[in-house]
Design a protein around this ligand. Structure first.
Ligand SMILES: [Zn+2]
Ligand SMILES: [Zn+2]
Length: 277
């Protein structure tokens, strides 16, 4: 089981790899550009490819996380177009770095209703993939269900996925904090959760785990990450999640609220110990 965390790439991909080694991560997540910006970033793919050699040498895999400001389900046509262009740019950056996956949050329907929002999101993903022919795979992340966020349940994620044309290039990133807050990840009904989650129609789509504890209680529909074992999910439940044999092949990214990146060393140590790896 690969376990790592979100790190800054602002000093260069090679420096990020050094930092990953320092905290004991063998998989790392980064933002392709300023997370508050959707302006496409100009970059030199050859230079990025060179910097990424450090990751190959150190056997470190990577995941790219799209900025939060895009909304693939927006009914505003200009924001929708901007979001598509920005995500195509994110995929190109990720691909140049040799990154396996780009994670994008499911959109918000902002009052237009779930059906319309899901339709817009699937259409946007189809448009994105028409404009990108690299290897990086597009992953939709489940949400806590704040406001009008889509993709809170397995059914909702599949409802978007069913409308995707190029299905082999799209998967799911599963965030434990979001799923706990949305009411999907129910540790009091663990067997039923596993039955739904590991269903053949869904489980093969899951490619990455975001391992976060939750400050908000179960079903509160609020996205507030907590340090591992210090939130409402707690150590016992996180251990149960990490030791599920069917999850062993999934890379785990920790995005907990540390004050300094070096503190991820403790988070990663905890997760490895709880997973027994
Ligand atoms: Zn996440
Ligand atoms: Zn979150």
């Amino acid at each position: 089981m690969r376990i790592g965390c979100h790190l800054s790439v602002s000093k260069g991909f090679d420096k990020m790899v050094d930092r990953a080694l320092e905290v004991g991560a063998d998989v790392v997540q980064y933002f392709p550009k300023n997370p508050k910006s959707y302006r496409p970033k100009k970059f030199d793919p050859d230079e990025y490819r060179k910097l990424a050699e450090a990751a190959v040498k150190a056997d470190i895999r990577s995941v790219c996380h799209s900025p939060y400001v895009t909304n693939l389900s927006t009914p505003d046509p200009s924001l929708w177009e901007i979001s598509i262009a920005s995500i195509v740019n994110d995929l190109e950056i990720a691909d140049a770095y040799g990154t396996d996956y780009l994670v994008v949050h499911c959109g918000k329907h902002v009052g237009e209703g779930r059906e319309r929002g899901e339709q817009l999101m699937a259409e946007a993903i189809n448009r994105v993939l028409e404009q990108f022919d690299g290897k990086t795979m597009f992953l939709m992340e489940n949400t806590a269900g704040q406001g009008s966020e889509l993709g809170q349940t397995i059914e909702e994620l599949l409802s978007i996925y069913e409308r995707i044309e190029d299905k082999e290039r799209v998967g799911i990133c599963f965030d434990t904090c979001h799923a706990f807050a949305s009411g999907l990840l129910d540790f009091d009904d663990w067997d039923r959760f596993l039955e739904q989650f590991c269903d053949d129609a869904f489980f093969p789509l899951v490619k990455v785990i975001h391992l976060n504890d939750s400050m908000a209680p179960f079903g509160a529909r609020r996205d507030r990450h907590a340090l591992l074992g210090q939130g409402e999910i707690g150590e016992e439940n996180l251990r149960r999640f990490l030791t599920e044999p069917r999850f062993r092949h999934l890379p785990v990214i920790i995005e907990t609220p540390v004050e300094d990146e070096l503190e991820y060393a403790d988070e990663i140590r905890k997760a490895r110990a709880w997973a027994g790896v």
